[in-house]
Design a protein around this ligand. Structure first.
Ligand code: GDP
Length: 485
């Protein structure tokens, strides 16, 4: 496939400092080892301990995966009312099901994987309608897909207050988070509702004594639309291990994202060919992600002025009239071209910015080219071709040198994490009012947890989890959120 052939001079470190395992069939997932050709090398190396733990996880996964005797043995535990006393001698699992848009899914899946890694569980996923069209298998010589015929079905129907939710089991005293009192043995299957509608009891999930109670549950279903990594760092039993895995806290999703989420060949073909056609030749690539949550709150005229103001004020692009005033040359010097990649459901922003630069395409030796791969109009999560395009665009954004993202958007968080870039964030426009400043620099490249638990485990009362440790704080783009720094 000519598009996907390796360009000359590449690649230097296709295993990303040991983050990626060797031993995959390369042709089945070209992006895995080729992304490094297109992305700038990350200045953040994974810790040797993370690399070691990932290799151990992969081996554990192979031992417990569907089709093994260990899996069949664990499956039979579902027939009993309670988990066995020696449950930790069995393979134990985190089951994950899709919930909300693609960005949300990726963030909750990465969080679930980290939780599995921390608790010696194996992650198996229900891919929903189309995740197998988007992602390659992340672990060598095995699968993370739940096999057809798995006895628990319809993950989409598990909601808050489900009979088998951790909160409900606590309230009904079918599980005990009080180790001193003994309490009943937990059931073999528990549902952890970690979505943004979670209750205080659901939030107990993150606390030390609750984790002790959950430890012996062989099958744990996690459903979440959130990046629930920060509260794992607040757990004092997980924290020392997390500190060894991630000496640089702002790199958690950066490493996990590059480890787990490899576009399928179909999606990668879209990414690689678009990149080569429109972005590769430029001296600098600027990604601008424009996400509108409410057209009423954020009218077109206000947002487009906001974007232009941010680009000029932060000197991410020269002002078009400055270009006009400069002497015209016949050609831009290659190092002086900036390719702007815009992603948005709408096409209006692209047209506006392109027409600003169209009249002065080459002036003063500077050229600006403007591109937008798709404008899908509305979100259509679950439709394969729509999701493929969305995933391709997240990847294209992640190849940029500089990023401008939209406040509150998980789509942007995934791109910035894969890129390893702290973006400029367009402040959310409310009630049509131009924000001041129009954009601000993020304080870390980590995603923001939009709805942090309000229960503070170590104080045993409700409070502000952004005030507990210095490395988890409110998000610049969403004040009530929580992020690692
Ligand atoms: P969030 O809602 O911004 O946090 O991001 P999500 O990814 O969870 O959900 C938004 C969904 O809308 C995406 O998954 C896409 O399906 C669609 N979408 C939003 N913005 C874009 C865009 O710029 N390009 C494409 N192709 N799809 C988008």
């Amino acid at each position: 496939d000519a598009i996907l052939l390796r360009p000359p001079g590449a690649p230097k470190d296709k295993y990303l400092g040991g983050l990626l395992a060797a031993g995959f069939d390369e042709s089945s997932c070209l992006s895995r080892y080729q992304a490094t050709i297109y992305r700038k090398p990350s200045p953040h190396k994974p810790s040797p301990y993370l690399v070691e733990r990932l290799r151990k996880y992969e081996e554990h996964h192979r031992r417990c995966a569907p089709g093994t005797a260990a899996y069949d043995r664990a499956l039979r535990l579902l027939d009993a009312d309670t988990a066995p006393a020696n449950a930790t001698e069995y393979c134990r699992y985190v089951l994950w099901g899709p919930y909300a848009g693609l960005g949300n899914r990726i963030l909750s899946l990465a969080s679930s994987f980290l939780y599995a890694l921390l608790t010696d569980r194996v992650l198996l996923i229900d891919p929903g309608k189309d995740l197998t069209s988007l992602f390659c298998e992340p672990f060598p010589n095995t699968t993370w897909l739940l096999p057809p015929g798995f006895p628990i079905t319809r993950f989409e129907e598990f909601k808050k207050k489900n009979r088998q939710s951790y909160a409900n089991l606590l309230i009904k005293k079918k599980i005990s988070n009080d180790a001193a009192s003994g309490g009943p043995r937990p059931p073999p299957f528990v549902y952890a509702h970690l979505g943004d509608t979670y209750s205080t009891e659901d939030m107990y999930f993150f606390c030390e004594r609750d984790q002790a109670a959950i430890r012996t549950v062989p099958w744990l279903l996690v459903k979440s639309n959130l990046y629930f990594v920060p509260p794992l760092f607040l757990n004092q039993e997980f924290e020392p291990e997390l500190a060894r895995l991630f000496p640089e806290k702002e790199t958690v999703f950066h490493h996990l994202g590059r480890y787990l989420f490899h576009p399928t060949n179909k999606v990668w073909r879209m990414v690689a060919s678009y990149y080569r056609a429109y972005l590769a030749a430029a001296g600098e690539r600027l990604g601008v992600q424009i996400r509108i949550f409410s057209h009423w709150d954020a009218p077109f005229d206000v947002v487009s002025e906001q974007v232009v103001n941010c680009l000029h004020k932060e000197k991410l692009l020269p002002a078009a009239d400055a270009l006009a005033a400069a002497p015209v040359r016949l050609a831009a010097e290659p190092n002086n071209t900036t390719a702007v990649l815009i992603t948005s459901l709408d096409s209006g922003y692209f047209e506006k910015i392109r027409s600003m630069y169209w009249e002065h395409p080459v002036a003063g030796g500077v050229a600006v080219t403007v591109h937008q791969p798709t404008h899908e109009g509305t979100q259509k999560t679950g439709r394969t071709s729509h999701d493929e395009k969305a995933w391709a665009e997240i990847n294209l954004l992640s190849l940029a040198d500089v990023l401008v993202t939209s406040a509150w958007s998980t789509f942007g968080y995934v791109a910035q994490g894969l890129a390893g870039i702290r973006p400029w964030v367009l402040v959310r426009v409310e009630k049509g009012k131009m924000p001041e400043p129009t954009c601000l620099r993020d304080i870390s490249m980590e995603p923001c947890l939009h709805k942090p638990p309000w229960y503070v485990c170590r104080e045993r009362r409700n409070g502000d989890n952004a005030k507990v440790v210095p490395f988890a704080t409110h998000c610049p783009d969403l004040n009530g959120g929580l992020k690692l720094v």
